[in-house]
Design a protein around this ligand. Sequence first.
Ligand SMILES: [Zn+2]
Length: 898
Amino acid sequence: MKQPCPIDTTQMSKAYDPHAVETLLYEWWEKQGYFKPEIAPPDARPFVIAMPPPNVTGELHMGHAITTFIEDLMIRYHRMQGRAALWVPGTDHAGIATQLQVERMLAREGLSRQQIGREEFLRRTWEWKEKYGGRIQLQLRRMGASCDWDRERFTLDEGLSRAVRECFVRLYEKGLIYRGEYLVNWSPGLQTAVSDLEVEYREEEATLYYFKYPIAGARLEDGPGVGYIPVATVRPETILGDTAVAVHPDDERYRHLIGKTCLVPILNRPIPVIHDTYVSMDFGTGALKITPGHDPNDFEIGQRHGLPIINVFNPDVTMNENAGPYAGLDRYECRRRLWADMEAAGLTIKTEKYVTQIPHSQRGGEVVEPMLSTQWFVRMKPLAEAGLTAVRDRRIVIIPERFTKVYYNWLENIRDWCISRQLWWGHRIPVWYCQECGQMIAARVDPTTCTQCGSTRLEQDPDVLDTWFSSGLWPFSTLGWPDDTPDLRRFYPTDVMETGYDILFFWVARMIMQGLEMTGQVPFRVVYLHGLVRDAQGRKMSKTAGNVIDPLEMIERYGTDALRFSLLTGTTPGNDINLSEERIVAGRNFANKIWNMVRFVVGHLRQHPVEFPEDVTQLPLALADRWILSRHHEVIATVTRLIEAYQFGEAGRQLYEFMWGELADWYIEMAKIPLTGQDEQARDTTLRVLVYILERCLRLLHPYMPFVTEAAWQHLPHRGDALIIARWPTPGARDEEAETMMQLVMEVIRAIRNARTEYNVEVGRHIPAVIVAGEKAALFRSQADILIQLAHLDAEQLDIVAELEAKPQQALALVVSGVEVYLPLAGMIDLEAERVRLSKELEKVQEQLARSERTLSNPNFVNKAPPEVVEKERAKMTALQEQAGKLRERLHVLTGEM
Ligand SMILES: [Zn+2]
């Protein structure tokens, strides 16, 4: 049902109050169906963005705010361009983050997930999601996000779960998903593999332990290279999992040892000495211990040399049976005891402090351990090839361009993707194992019997999929894939994927690869990457640094539009944004300025109503009207071109400059003359021009500041029900003649204003002036009212002439683009007082000048002082000479004497 806009247009508050209109307007827009693509005609070309789904656990931060604002800007702009604009919202189930929240909640009740079991745990997690998962939606609404809430999705909802299953089984059937042993980042606290994204490297001081790798059959006393090989490590407990010692093949110190056998300290397990060019001869001792089970580089070396892999940790990183006498100990306790035992056995050399990068689990905080485990993987090479081609063919364009290289580089060096997680909250891996015959079944529908032996004893894989597996399907799963839905047919591929540059690989690249593989089409045509929001000094915002600016707090304080405008005009593609509260205050001031401009016009309209002007070109326009209309058309063209080129920040800044710098500061000041004058036709024309330009400026500004523009627009004469669905304006013809003429008049006004400031003329004082304008005299005579009004001239004492016989005495002379302006000083200041002041100042300068000249004529000074001191004195003298010259000139003007 259509409802009228809830804004009360019978009165307009003195100041703009964001809190009075934001919620009101948002609810009205939504109820009217304006956020839906169906508001456009059925044959309209779609414009589609899939919103990067925020974590369901999320609290809004500036990163979300900038994402939301840029996407909403694009959606609102294209909606106004007549496209069927669709912005699909949704949230991500955020596997680890959500599971941790619920586990913490259980811990407060003295429970663990293992105690309550999988089913009960999932029930509680859903309960948690229902209770808290809606916060992010409320926050998005407050930011003005005009997304289609009827199409909202959740990565764990039924449709998306089916999409995930379809994708998994297809890849499995194609042989692109396999199960294998691999080194993963193991989080001991969470007891799961975590992705590279969830590992945080912190620079820390560690201890580097130097020790002796004894050579079998030799004596330690015979020294390095004979009795032992010196090796260093920061993790001595991993010595227990070593399966080789590696040296460089060209290293004179150890070359003769290649092929010999070393003994693992304490365990005395024999391992080979191998050679590998990966070893750097000049680093450390020049020899490496190789632990394929607990170090990614060692794992690679191990693969090259066919070394066995020994895992020494249990899942909770206590030592396992492979650690011999240390089995059962915590990893750090093991480190201490092993080192003590090695010391006693004479195997240690020294320890030293060493600053290094230590990997921590981002969620749990504990040190992550590279560990070998059986996981599910996606074979990435074939998928990456398609992803590379799509960008090389420019079927997908990345903005800014420079990230294309980064994208290529990542995909060309891609490793297989570990997709299994040892969690409960997520998409469970759709693979069943037959307990009778060991058959492995991947299925779209839960199987009840074994495909090989018919047994019903099937068990599903306990792990779930990496969250990014489901978010990689986001652009099409949200539109109904794998079903062939009307939405999928109409709105896929989407148009723009907009996100921070920091998740280009983790997410964007995967969407491209999964999209191409599953749908045969690119999931979007443009990738737009924005920068990170930093503080005013360019530092990363963090809780520890205490420099976090909370978007909701800012919205509360200054209104949504203020925050939107400050963030949007701070952006250039791919570059970081430095945000300060002052910028947001400036945004708030701009919102107020707009309100006041509209309020000014509305005030006059109450006395002299005019209809909405569809066209103003037929009106009897004054020069000022022609000028501002021409400038307005230019701004429409520029803003449109910049938005189309993704230069949202520059487009906003240009619009701001026009609205404040030209429309408010100049045209409205000029308009006050006809608005308060007696000429009815002139007043009517001015009002129509004002309404025409302001209404169209509100349209241009709407994607940046949706609330204040809609509220103000409702007060102005307009066509249609709402600004949000008004058409984007198209530029009319430029009037270059009017622009040139008006520019000249404005330059003269500016020059007079500057002179007034220089001479400290009181603001209210109307001063006399003589303008000698040659062939432009007629122009200036026609604009006399504007000159008088804006330069505060005395109408009785304004002379505009083509030529002048003699220059006026005792007058300030200004020359502006060939136009001479004389301002008689008697009209501006007290002549005698000024003469005295200038004379005194000249006297003072002359004294200093004389001193300087004496110094420089003294040969002792010139020859003996350091050259830079002499140079400085010369510069000082020159400056004083100039100053004296200027003062004499001013005195000359003042007294009329030479
Ligand atoms: Zn079976």
